[in-house]
Design a protein around this ligand. Structure first.
Ligand code: DGL
Length: 283
């Protein structure tokens, strides 16, 4: 058995790398749905179905817990799958399986509050407004999940989402740094114009963007705090496994990397991020 990590492509590797650091004794299987990447411009029903198929493939490969290392899938598909598909899947497989997302841990990290926290709005007075900028895919922006969930917990934290259509696709293809710099610069600038100033903090709300986090850091005002999704997810998972010791997560050192797309070596950009060449096998 293993921990499964799912993304439309290479973005989830940023989360995978942190999870392996945190749980080195566990087995891991990574699935990139590169045959259908990027997800960000797709419709909701399509994203739900692709995410379901990915989770099913990971359960077949021995995963007992699947981490959706993808904001788009977490925002659009997770709740639906938990409510309508997982109960039957558990029964069918006769073993405990679950799917967890990336947005809850990110919002906990961004607000500094546990997910269960309910703000008492009676007599609430906002002394100072902090602004967080969320760079994300079009589908994540349309879901408004960051605005809604952060506002429920922290009214003093305003959220401005900047959809970056095309950026995940460029990163997936390993586009040249110069091209990425221009595209990211345009988005940082568009967000600044929309807010009227730069955000106080930022969330890279698409796991692909973490691969080019240094470019965002260079283009945002120096020292802008950026929520690190991989750490937030690893922290949350540590707490989750402590509460649920019933999952068999393996311990044989297995590290499988699967793709629904073309198997073989990934881009130079991925190798650089990974620190070594990385090859995916056919799912
Ligand atoms: N890495 C993904 C995310 O976090 C998906 C990007 C895409 O496929 O468009 O949203």
């Amino acid at each position: 058995m293993a921990i499964g990590v799912f993304d439309s492509g290479v973005g989830g590797l940023t989360v995978h790398r942190e999870l392996v650091r945190r749980f080195p004794e566990r087995d891991f299987v990574y699935l990139a749905d590169q045959a259908h990447a990027p997800y960000g411009g797709r419709g909701g029903e399509e994203i739900v179905e692709l995410t379901r198929a990915g989770c099913e493939r990971l359960f077949d490969a021995g995963a007992s817990v699947v981490v959706l290392a993808c904001n788009t899938a977490s925002a659009i598909a997770l709740r639906r799958l938990q409510q309508t598909w997982l109960p039957g899947e558990r029964e069918r497989r006769g073993r405990p399986v679950n799917v967890l997302g990336i947005i809850v841990p990110t919002i906990e990290a961004a607000t500094g509050l546990p997910w269960e926290y309910e703000a008492d709005r009676s007599g609430e007075k906002i002394e100072a407004l902090e602004i967080t900028g969320v760079f994300c895919t079009a589908a994540t922006a349309i879901s408004r999940v960051y605005e809604i969930e952060i506002d429920k917990r922290r009214q003093d934290l305003a959220v401005f989402c900047e959809p970056c259509p095309g950026l995940a696709g460029l990163i997936e293809l390993g586009a040249p740094p110069k091209e990425l710099e221009v595209v990211i610069g345009d988005h940082v600038d568009a967000l600044r114009r929309r807010i009227g100033r730069h955000p106080d903090t930022a969330i890279l709300g698409c796991t692909h963007y973490e691969i080019v986090a240094p470019v965002f850091a260079r283009l945002l005002p120096e020292g802008t705090p950026v929520i690190h999704q991989p750490t937030a997810v690893a922290d949350a998972l540590e707490r989750y496994f402590a509460r649920h010791p019933d999952y068999d997560l393996g311990a044989s050192g297995r590290r499988d990397f699967l793709t629904t797309g073309k198997p073989g070596p990934q881009s130079e950009m991925v190798s650089q991020f990974w620190g070594a060449p990385l090859s995916f096998a056919q799912a």
